[in-house]
Design a binder for this molecule. Sequence first.
Ligand SMILES: Nc1ncnc2c1ncn2[C@@H]1O[C@H](COP(=O)(O)OP(=O)(O)O)[C@@H](O)[C@H]1O
Ligand SMILES: [Mg+2]
Length: 352
Amino acid sequence: MTRSEPHLKVDGIYKTFQQTTTAEKVLDNVTFEVAKGSIVGIIGKSGAGKSTLLRCLNGLEKPDSGKIYFEGKDITCLKGNEFRVIRQKIGVVFQSFNLLNSRTVYKNVALPLELLKMPEDVQKEKIEKILKLVGLFEKKDSYPSQLSGGQCQRVAIARALVVDATLLLCDEFTSALDPHTTVEILELLQKLNKTLGITIIFVTHDINVVKEIAQKVCVLDKGQIVEKGPVEKIFINPSHQITKELLSELLKDNLPDFIQHQLHPQGQENDDLVLKLIFNSQTSTRPIIAELIQLWKVPINIMSGNLDHIGRETFGHLVISLKHNLESSDQIIAFLKENHVDVHQLGYIKWA
Ligand SMILES: Nc1ncnc2c1ncn2[C@@H]1O[C@H](COP(=O)(O)OP(=O)(O)O)[C@@H](O)[C@H]1O
Ligand SMILES: [Mg+2]
């Protein structure tokens, strides 16, 4: 593998599952590349083909056609020992941690090393090193039933990486975890990515996970990659409807129901105009809301908001209301648009 070569290259893979009377095309000409040491998220709705794609990447499933190159080698045609050697470099973790309940943490992580008949002292060194890295060294003699979900996922990650893996594949690995534990596991993956240089490919239906850790994203729909590229680019300027739907999760209005119900489409003097402002990378870094208040001397009521950062880019939305006045409302909207804020008029509200 040369420096410029991608760590993984998926080149036009197809996969169809034969049912008794029908055939279902689950992967349809999937092509993408993953650079060494990067973190890539594959996102799509349930049934999009994400798990099937991931199973193809680690050889659990064979594509009908197309090629998968790992570290420069075509792995779709490998068999026997050659295949086993490659598989050692590709670790996998799933939503269900798949730990053996009768084995301690230490012994669960030892499993792949035992299969390779590695000498015990070499095993010990590798297991202790990876357990320290995932923060579970103190729990090495515990059994899975004595661990939390997050700790079980750490064991699964340690086991996936213990045989010198260079690529980690994760399938919905945070779906069984609460939000706090999810954050901890995402931080762990970032740490492993940085300290060991592990390449990470994960599939998820949760756009938040992509936002937190991925540098690149592929959007999968009905077995096809409908959009791919750097996360900031895709998030700020999504082109496909599915991407927009997935992103709407991040930008939920979260207007309370009672306000939602009071919104009406026509405004009168003294009503409040309710605006949704969408900020993206083009929005200037000037304090636009503060300027607006100063220029028009209007009080602004912030009703909901969700502003976030991807790298250095700010994106997200604010829902604001301000006293409606035919002339100034138009000027304010024009001012916001000049400053590259997307403005949507949600309606008018009459405060009691
Ligand atoms: N082994 C299989 N046999 C037949 N159909 C399958 C098999 N695995 C997956 N499928 C079908 O392929 C489609 C995609 O499934 P999957 O890859 O699990 O999607 P996702 O992980 O995005 O939810 C589904 O319609 C599923 O029923
Ligand atoms: Mg799945």
